[in-house]
Ligand binder design. Structure first.
Ligand code: COD
Ligand code: ATP
Length: 175
């Protein structure tokens, strides 16, 4: 499992060159008193305009890409590597994968979950969604569509089936 959001956090940990560059670009106001990244403050700055978001991505994305490559290389030859990547469509990466799975929920459900379950500010959530690909673009690259606007148990049952009926055979077919 290679989680892009986890790698995105690692490249901005205290003491990293990534964090130093972010402070040069966005100012010391994106740090807490202890010198740790204030993620909410950086999110406010980065999602204020396309230009600011791209400035952050120019710092993070090359570093995330390098860490991703390293993680892929460490996988066992018979592993099914699951790459959890929010910006797959935006970065035009679909052709690199054997199977593209889109995990979906309607926009209003996404907003409600992130506000209620994660405590995020609603305008932050909406700005992030606005900076992402829309459903039509996601549909265009999806091999499998997982609708999560259902009870979690139903979603998990579908994912189990996806694993045994689609992903394990796809891995075998690559050998
Ligand atoms: C702005 C930051 C500090 C906000 O941190 P926060 O802890 O609030 O969010 P987290 O990193 O957990 O991301 C949660 C979700 O926000 C969305 N999101 C994050 N970055 C972006 C982006 N550049 N464009 C669109 N949506 C984004 C994604 O849906 C992601 O799954 C952080 O998201 C970040 O460093 N983003 C730039 C790196 C990046 O593009 N990450 C996406 C994975 S490659
Ligand atoms: N079927 C469901 N019912 C209720 N809540 C759900 C369901 N599926 C996901 N959630 C909740 O929705 C929120 C977002 O889910 P999750 O973090 O898995 O999204 P994600 O696909 O990783 O998004 P991104 O990759 O953009 O960060 C979480 O708080 C999660 O618990």
């Amino acid at each position: 499992m290679v989680d892009a959001d986890v790698l995105a956090r690692q490249v901005l940990e205290p003491g990293t060159p990534g964090l130093a560059e972010v402070v040069r670009e966005f100012g010391a106001a994106v740090l807490t008193e202890d010198g740790v990244l204030d993620r909410a403050a950086l999110a406010r700055a980065a999602f204020s305009s396309d230009d600011r978001r791209r400035a952050l991505e120019a710092i993070t994305h090359p570093r995330i890409a390098a860490a991703t490559q390293q993680a892929f290389e460490q996988a066992a030859p018979d592993a099914v590597v699951v790459h959890d990547v929010p910006l797959l469509v935006e970065r035009d990466l679909a052709a690199r994968y054997d199977v593209v799975v889109v995990v979906d929920a309607p926009v209003e459900v996404r907003v409600r979950r992130l506000v209620e379950q994660r405590g995020m500010a609603e305008d932050d959530v909406r700005r992030r969604i606005a900076a992402q690909a829309d459903d039509a673009a996601r549909r265009a690259v999806a091999d499998v569509w997982v609708d999560t606007d259902r009870p979690v148990a139903d979603v998990l049952a579908d994912v189990d089936r996806l694993w045994t009926e689609r992903l394990l055979p796809a891995e075998r077919a690559t050998r």
